[in-house]
Design a binder for this molecule. Structure first.
Ligand code: NAD
Length: 561
C-alpha cells in the first residue's frame, strides 16, 4: 500500500531565518536579493554598506537587467548573460525569464542552447548540476550525497550522445539538462531548488572534442553494452535511494540507448524519456488540432515519417494510440496508416540485414523505395512528419506531389535546430499557395505569402513535459505512463482556440505556458488518482491544489537565524 503524504507547498511568504551574514549571503545565488534587501534586512544581516543605498523593488531590478540584455545582439552572449544572472540571483533570473518567456525560451533552450553546448567547455564559468563518470563507479551514492538539497523532485539526465540534432557532444551536453530544468521552472513552476541536472559522462566519440584542449569531459571513447548499463543501474539505485520520490527524465540519448533505457526502467521507477514520449505527445496534439482545421479524424490520415529514430517512433506510437482510441482499433491496425522512411529508404520487412527493434513494428510488407519523392507519390500521404535531423529533405517536388492528392497537406518539419529543419515555414506556405498546415521543431518567424501573414506553430516539447512532470510530482505518482502523455496531448490540442485554428496555428501561444501546464498537470493528477498510481492524498480540488504547488519567483522576507 502506498504511503499517503502531502506535497510540500513551495510559495511560503513567512520570514526565512538566514544563518550567514554579509558577503556570505550576497554570494549565495539562492539567498541573494541584490539591491532589493530592505533597510531592516541590511541591518539584521550585516549587509549595511555592502550595497548601494537605494532599496530597489524587483520591477526595477528587472528593468536594469533588460536594459543590459537589450544591448546584446549575439544569442550566445544573451545565453551567457542570463546564466551569469542565475549565478548571482536565482529568483531574479526566473522572474526575468517568466516576464520575457517568448523571447528568452529560444535562448535558454533550442536553438541557442545547441550552440552553447557546442562551446560549453569554452564558455564554462561556474559549477551547475552534477557530473557522473566512470571514475565514480562503485561510489555513485557517495557522489550524489555531495548534492546539497535534501529534497529533489526531478532529475534530467543526458549522456550527451545526441544533443538536439547536433550529435555527440560528450560532457558539453550538460547544457541540455540545465536548459530543460529551467523550462520546468518557468513553464510549470517546479521549484528550482528541487531540480538537479546531471550529465552522465561515459566518454565521447567526437574527435573534435577529444582534441580540444578546453574540453571538460573525460577524454576516452564512449563505453557501451554492459559497462554502460552497470553505471546507469548504479546511478538509478543511488538516486532513488537518496530521493525516493524523484522523477528521472532521460534526455538526448542516442536511440540505441534511449529505447532500452526507457524499457528497462519505466516499470521500475518514476521516469520518462522526453525525446520519445514528450515529442510523441506534442506532435499528436498538433495533429489533433490540424485535423480540427480540416474537420477530419486522425484515422482519415496517411502519415509518412521522414526519420525513424526516437522522435519519429515516439510520435508514431502516440499517434497510433490516438487513432486506436478514436475508433477502438488495436495499435497494430492503427499502424497500417503509418509509413517510416530512414536513411536507407522506406522501412520494409524485406530489407537486408536486421532492423533495429524500434522500427520493426512499423516495417511495411511492400516493395522497397529509395527516395522520399517516390514514397510520397506511392503513399499519397495527408501528413508528412520530418524527424530525421537532415535539412532540406522536404523539397518543392515532395511537397507539391503531396498537395496534388491533398489540398491542405499537414507538414511538420521537426528537426532541430532551425538549420536542420526539413523545410522552412516560408517554403511550405509558398509551395502550397498558403494551404499547408505547418509546424516546426525550432521557431520560425511569421511569414507573408501571397499577401497573407502566417504564424507557424512550434511543436515545442515545452508544451508537454513540464506539465506532465509537475503532475507526476504533485500527486506523488508511482510511474509515468504513456496514457499520461496521451492525456496531456489531448488536453493541449483542446486548449487551441477556434481563432488560432482559423489562422492556421495548431499550438497555443507559448505565453500561456503556465495555464497550459496547469491544465496538463491537473489532467495527469486526475488520471493517476483514478488509476491508483498516486502516493499522496487526493485533494478536494485538484486544479487548485496543483496551482498551489507551482513556484512563483518572488523574494521572501529574511530574518537573522
Ligand atoms: P535519431 O538519431 O534517433 O533519428 C534520426 C533518424 O533519421 C534515424 O532513423 C535515421 O535513419 C533517419 N535519417 C537519417 N538521414 C535520413 C534521410 N536522409 N532521410 C530519412 N531519414 C533519415 O534522432 P531523433 O532523436 O529521432 O531526432 C531527430 C530530429 O528530431 C532531431 O533533429 C531532433 O532535434 C528532432 N526532434 C524534434 C522534437 C520536437 O520538435 N519537439 C523533439 C525531439 C526531436
Amino acid at each position: 500500500m502506498l504511503q499517503k503524504i502531502e506535497f510540500q507547498l513551495p510559495n511560503s511568504t513567512d520570514p526565512l531565518p538566514v544563518k550567514g551574514r554579509g558577503l556570505t549571503i550576497l554570494n549565495d545565488p539562492w539567498l541573494n536579493k541584490g539591491t532589493s534587501f530592505t533597510p531592516e534586512e541590511r541591518i539584521a544581516l550585516g549587509l549595511s554598506g555592502l550595497l548601494p543605498p537605494h532599496s530597489a523593488d524587483m520591477g526595477e531590478q528587472v528593468m536594469r537587467v533588460m536594459e543590459n540584455y537589450a544591448r546584446l545582439t549575439d544569442p550566445l552572449d544573451k545565453y551567457t548573460f542570463l546564466i551569469s544572472l542565475a549565478d548571482r540571483n536565482v529568483t531574479l533570473f526566473y522572474r526575468v525569464l517568466m516576464n520575457n518567456l517568448q523571447e528568452m525560451t529560444p535562448i535558454m533552450y533550442t536553438p541557442t542552447v545547441g550552440y552553447a553546448c557546442q562551446k560549453f567547455g569554452h564558455l564554462y564559468r561556474k559549477n551547475r548540476g552534477m557530473y557522473i563518470s566512470l571514475r565514480h563507479k562503485g561510489r555513485i551514492a557517495q557522489v550524489l550525497s555531495n548534492w546539497p538539497s535534501e529534497e529533489v523532485d526531478i532529475i534530467v539526465i543526458s549522456d550527451g550522445s545526441r544533443i538536439l540534432g547536433l550529435g555527440d557532444l560528450g560532457a558539453n551536453g550538460m547544457g541540455i539538462p540545465i536548459g530543460k530544468l529551467v523550462l520546468y521552472v518557468v513553464g510549470a513552476g517546479l521549484h528550482p531548488d528541487r531540480t538537479l541536472p546531471i550529465l552522465l559522462d561515459v566518454g565521447t566519440d567526437n574527435e573534435e572534442l577529444l582534441n580540444d584542449p578546453l574540453y571538460l569531459g573525460c577524454t576516452h571513447r564512449r563505453v557501451h553494452g554492459e559497462e554502460f548499463y552497470e553505471i546507469v543501474d548504479e546511478f538509478v539505485n543511488a538516486a532513488t535511494e537518496r530521493w525516493p520520490n524523484v522523477l528521472i527524465q532521460w534526455d538526448d540519448f542516442t536511440n540505441d540507448k534511449a529505447f532500452p533505457l526507457l524499457n528497462r526502467y519505466r516499470d521500475e521507477v518514476l521516469c520518462f524519456n522526453d525525446d520519445i514520449q514528450g515529442t510523441g505527445a506534442v506532435a499528436l496534439a498538433g495533429l489533433i488540432a490540424a485535423t480540427r482545421i480540416r474537420d477530419e479524424h486522425l484515422s482519415d490520415q496517411r502519415i509518412v515519417f521522414c526519420g525513424a529514430g526516437s522522435a519519429a517512433v515516439g510520435i508514431a506510437d502516440m499517434i497510433c494510440a490516438g487513432i486506436a482510441d478514436e475508433h477502438s482499433l488495436t495499435q497494430e491496425e492503427a499502424r497500417k496508416l503509418v509509413w517510416m522512411v530512414d536513411s536507407k529508404g522506406l522501412v520494409t520487412t524485406t530489407r537486408d540485414g536486421e532492423l533495429q527493434s524500434h522500427k520493426v513494428p512499423y516495417a511495411r510488407d511492400e516493395e522497397p523505395a529509395d527516395t522520399l519523392l517516390e514514397i510520397v507519390r506511392r503513399v499519397k500521404p495527408t501528413v508528412l512528419i520530418g524527424a530525421s535531423g537532415q535539412p532540406r529533405t522536404f523539397t518543392e517536388p515532395v511537397v507539391k506531389a503531396m498537395q496534388a492528392e491533398c489540398e491542405q497537406p499537414i507538414v511538420f518539419a521537426l528537426s532541430n535546430p532551425t538549420s536542420k529543419a526539413e523545410c522552412t515555414a516560408e517554403e511550405a506556405y509558398r509551395w502550397t499557395g498558403g494551404k499547408a498546415i505547418f509546424a516546426s521543431g525550432s521557431p520560425f518567424p511569421p511569414v507573408r505569402v501571397e499577401g497573407r501573414i502566417f504564424v507557424p506553430g512550434q511543436g515545442n516539447n515545452m508544451f508537454i513535459f513540464p506539465g506532465v512532470g509537475l503532475g507526476a510530482v504533485a500527486c506523488g505518482a508511482d510511474r509515468v505512463t504513456d496514457e499520461m502523455f496521451f492525456t496531456a496531448a489531448k488536453t493541449l490540442a483542446h486548449i487551441v482556440t477556434e481563432d488560432e485554428l482559423r489562422a492556421g496555428t495548431i499550438y497555443p501561444d507559448l505565453g500561456k505556458i503556465r495555464q497550459i501546464s496547469l491544465a496538463i498537470a491537473s489532467a495527469v493528477c486526475l488520471l493517476a488518482w483514478e488509476q491508483g498510481l498516486a502516493r499522496y492524498a487526493e485533494p478536494d480540488d485538484i486544479r487548485e491544489y496543483v496551482r498551489s504547488c507551482m513556484y512563483h519567483p518572488g523574494y521572501r522576507p529574511y530574518v537573522a537565524a
